[in-house]
Design a protein around this ligand. Structure first.
Ligand SMILES: [Zn+2]
Ligand SMILES: [Zn+2]
Length: 80
């Protein structure tokens, strides 16, 4: 069984907002959001936007990052 280092607190990813350059905040696993909001989110659209056509077939843990300044969302796929 593979482990996602971000889920397990081994390290944090720091990424900058593509819109405004502010540091983005880790908002949790994307799967947690799908559990709650799956009727409202289009998984195919998100895959296209981020350019990861094989996102959900590999051992990658999708994390949602949000910019506190402009509310821009980015999904980062952590390799497990
Ligand atoms: Zn994770
Ligand atoms: Zn921003």
């Amino acid at each position: 069984m593979t482990i996602c280092p971000v889920c397990n607190g081994l390290y944090e990813m720091f990424i900058m907002c593509a819109n405004c350059g502010e540091p983005m905040i880790e908002s949790g696993r994307l799967m947690d959001y799908y559990d709650n909001y799956s009727p409202y989110m289009d998984i195919d659209l998100m895959k296209l936007e981020d350019g990861y056509p094989d996102t959900y077939s590999g051992n990658k843990c999708p994390h949602l990052y949000r910019c506190p300044t402009c509310q821009h969302d980015h999904v980062l796929f952590i390799k497990e």
